[in-house]
Design a binder for this molecule. Structure first.
Ligand code: C2E
Ligand code: MG
Ligand code: MG
Ligand code: MG
Length: 279
């Protein structure tokens, strides 16, 4: 009897794996066609200067909608894109689309806003990436100081030796560099003094527990102090409540981003909602 049960659970286990493999292959095949079928889109989440209450810029976030698969989370499809090499084309699409949208937005404003774009370390390892980036930025006539490139802290650390010279060049071009999901990755901070970054983003898991966990509260304070001593802009992501914002303001965090202000917005919603705020 117990043997039969074991066999049964093995079969069940096997079927579950097969279903996962099947779903992965389905997504991979669909992702290969996603760009030419216009299924990839970019949405923009405002980043607010905490002191002035005004919009500082937006973070560009990729979206994928497929008729059969529905909306696939970027956490999942960026991973597939990295594993298959599709990240180069998808990343460049997100980059060009966000430069187009934000340069258009800025052309109707007195004061331009900035745009933050997420990069995969795979893109930074492409020898032609900087040339392609600079060409795309020149096409849209955008000032380099208005562009921030975000790299996830733990992915960067894994590849530090090959990526840090690329970061040096990007800084020389005048782009801003931000460490995303800061605090979740590395335990030693000595690498910070050797990297040409100028912004850190407090991971949303800490912001989320800011008022309920002393550990998170201490971490947030410590990260803001690190930012202060390294002269980095500090951005808090995942700000959902007025209480969280008040606390971050009290600690003198510079910029906040999250559902309390806005969900990621389509470009037309961004224009409608923020147009008059700037003039
Ligand atoms: P991320 O760069 O850390 O982006 C922040 C994520 O938090 C976004 O999820 C955003 O929608 C979500 N978020 C913002 N405010 C709140 C809030 O108040 N509460 C909560 N619970 N969540 C909030 P999203 O859009 O699903 O993106 C997930 C991750 O996928 C991003 O994390 C980023 O690592 C990656 N990603 C997205 N677009 C791109 C891209 O174009 N290229 C690359 N390489 N990665 C991307
Ligand atoms: Mg990001
Ligand atoms: Mg983040
Ligand atoms: Mg994150």
């Amino acid at each position: 009897k117990s043997k039969a049960r074991q066999k049964g659970s093995f079969l069940f286990f096997n079927t579950a794996i097969n279903q996962q493999v099947h779903l992965d292959l389905q997504r991979e095949a669909a992702l290969r066609l996603a760009l030419e079928n216009n299924e990839i889109d970019v949405v923009y989440q405002p980043q607010i200067n905490i002191k002035s209450g005004k919009i500082h810029g937006v973070e560009a976030l990729a979206r994928w909608h497929n008729d059969r698969l529905g909306n696939v989370s970027p956490v999942d499809f960026i991973k597939i894109a990295e594993d298959t090499g599709l990240i180069h084309d998808i990343g460049m699409f997100v980059l060009k689309k966000s430069l187009l949208d934000i340069s258009n937005f800025n052309s109707n404003q007195d004061q331009p806003i900035a745009v933050s774009i997420n990069l995969s370390p795979k893109q930074l390892n492409d020898a032609y990436f900087i040339d392609k980036l600079v060409a795309a930025v020149t096409d849209r006539n955008m000032e380099h100081r208005l562009i921030t490139l975000e790299i996830t802290e733990n992915l960067l650390i894994e590849d530090l030796a090959s990526i840090s010279p690329v970061l040096e060049r990007l800084r020389d071009y005048g782009f801003n560099l931000s460490l995303d999901d800061f605090g979740t990755g590395y335990s030693s901070l000595s690498y910070l003094s050797n990297l040409p970054i100028n912004e850190i983003k407090i991971d949303q898991s800490f912001v989320n527990k800011l008022l309920t966990s002393h550990e998170s509260e201490s971490l947030v304070k410590a990260i803001i102090a690190i930012g202060e001593s390294y002269q980095l802009t500090v951005v808090a992501e995942g700000v959902e409540t007025a209480e969280q914002l008040a606390q971050l303001s009290h600690y003198q965090c510079h910029i906040a981003q999250g559902y309390y202000f806005d969900r990621p917005l389509s470009v037309s919603d961004l224009c409608a909602r923020y147009h008059e705020h700037l003039n």
